[in-house]
Design a protein around this ligand. Structure first.
Ligand SMILES: *Cc1c(COP(=O)(O)O)cnc(C)c1O
Length: 417
């Protein structure tokens, strides 16, 4: 680990206070040309005493705007103090979590996984248009059928078609023959360029796609492609729990990665992460953003710098080892649950490195699904699966109750037969 250490709360407070001081100060050098200010003091009292102990809330009240991407080119000088903390987060995640070479990645704190995924698709669409003179109908998004619906949003917004490849119903792995067939069909239909979304843990199953499988099949068909990894769910889990993971920047097939800090990392909502190898984010640089220093290479425009500081604090509170311990604890609980489901012969899917257990609906009576807030794969048809996500608050005591209810149900069924 090059950067990912543990910092005391006192040290964090000092760094954040320093950073805020390097941003514009609305009490002396008042910039009169920009529509920025701290939160309205007639509404939000900035003199309450607990703010002294709460650097994140102080940042929230100062309200830094992190518009644009800060790992390349110029940025707005008004917020350079806290932008520096964001740059540290991007470098730490690229290098220490996702095995990139130092200073080889760009990135920014996006509003969530959806934005980061659309940002990726937007970059590659423009990449194929600018470099290969591709027509919009010659570009397609390619992913597994278990992919998150944000990919459909990206396809719809960018006017490109989206191809979902079926997966094996038990293993949730893409069926290679069906990938080949999908590629053949698409290419016969005029598609030459593929934007691949490879999942580093799907939302419903926690299954992980192999980016190299996509690469091999696309190369075999002579297609041009770029691979984006959607780690919105698994990005803070899988690289830690699977020590020999190849889903990272060491893998030359991987060009960019989405992470979501408001899922496993428990950051405030509105906090995703977009990371890409250098030289890519420029494809969505909006040169018309003339009033923004350094212009804007992000999808969202103005965004809160406080979210970046929240990620910074979480990462430095745990440190790499602390985070590993937290993930390991969740893995142990997940195993505990799976062992009990096995003993009852309940059918489920679980990726061995993830903390999602997706149970076949036929084993879960509706009353139990409702009582425990299990999430179905569909709200419009009859569900086929119900999932359990082992988060921090899902402790063994609670899982014990669930298992006890499941036992009663399954025994009753056996006796009835
Ligand atoms: C949650 C999720 C998203 C979307 O993230 P939001 O933060 O809700 O925008 C995208 N992909 C996967 C795999 C997810 O789990």
């Amino acid at each position: 680990m090059k950067y990912w250490k543990k910092l005391s709360h006192k040290e964090q407070d000092r760094r954040i206070t320093d950073a805020l001081q390097k941003n514009i100060n609305y009490n002396d050098n008042i910039p009169i040309g920009v529509p920025v200010s701290k939160l309205d003091p007639t509404v939000f009292n900035e003199h309450v005493s607990f703010l002294k102990e709460a650097p994140l809330l102080r940042a929230f009240i100062q309200n830094p705007n992190h518009i644009g991407c800060h790992t390349m080119g110029e940025s707005e000088p008004f917020f350079e103090g806290t932008q520096e903390l964001e740059k540290e987060v991007i470098e730490l995640l690229s290098v220490d979590l996702l095995k990139a070479k130092e200073n080889s990645c760009d990135g920014y704190i996006a509003t969530g996984g959806t934005e980061a995924n659309i940002q990726a698709a937007w970059i590659y669409r423009n990449y194929f248009i600018q470099n290969f003179d591709a027509g919009i109908e010659e570009i397609a998004l390619l992913s597994s059928a278990d992919t998150h619906y944000s990919v459909s949003k990206a396809a719809n917004l960018l006017h490109i078609r989206s191809i979902g490849v079926p997966v094996n119903d038990d293993t949730r792995i893409i069926v290679p023959e069906l990938l080949d067939r999908a590629l053949e069909d698409a290419m016969n239909d005029g598609v030459k360029y593929f934007i691949v979304f490879s999942n580093m843990a799907t939302t419903m199953f926690g299954s992980v796609d192999d980016p190299d499988l996509f690469a091999q099949h696309l190369s075999k068909h002579g297609a041009a492609y770029k691979i984006h990894v959607d780690g919105a769910y698994g990005g803070f889990i899988y690289p830690v729990s699977c020590t020999n993971s190849t889903v990272n920047f060491q893998n030359p097939n991987v060009s960019s990665i989405t992470l979501d800090a408001h899922k496993m990392l428990q950051a405030p909502y509105g906090t995703g992460v977009f990371l890409a190898r250098k030289g890519l984010i420029e494809y969505v640089c909006t040169r018309e953003a003339k009033y923004v220093s350094g212009m804007d290479s992000t999808l969202c425009g103005s965004r809160s710098g406080t979210n970046a500081i929240a990620v910074w604090m979480i990462l430095y509170t745990y440190g790499a080892h602390g985070w590993y311990e937290k993930i390991s604890k969740l893995q142990l609980r997940t195993k505990w649950l799976c062992d009990r489901l096995d003993a009852m012969n309940v059918g489920y899917y679980r990726h061995p490195d993830l903390n999602i257990v997706t149970i076949r609906a036929e084993y879960v009576p509706n009353a139990i699904a409702v009582k425990y807030g299990m999430v179905p794969d569909t709200h419009t048809n009859k569900p086929e699966w119900y999932k359990i996500v082992i988060m921090d608050h899902v402790d063994i005591e609670y899982l014990q109750e669930f298992i006890a209810d499941m036992k009663v149900h399954h025994k009753t069924e056996v006796y009835a037969q």
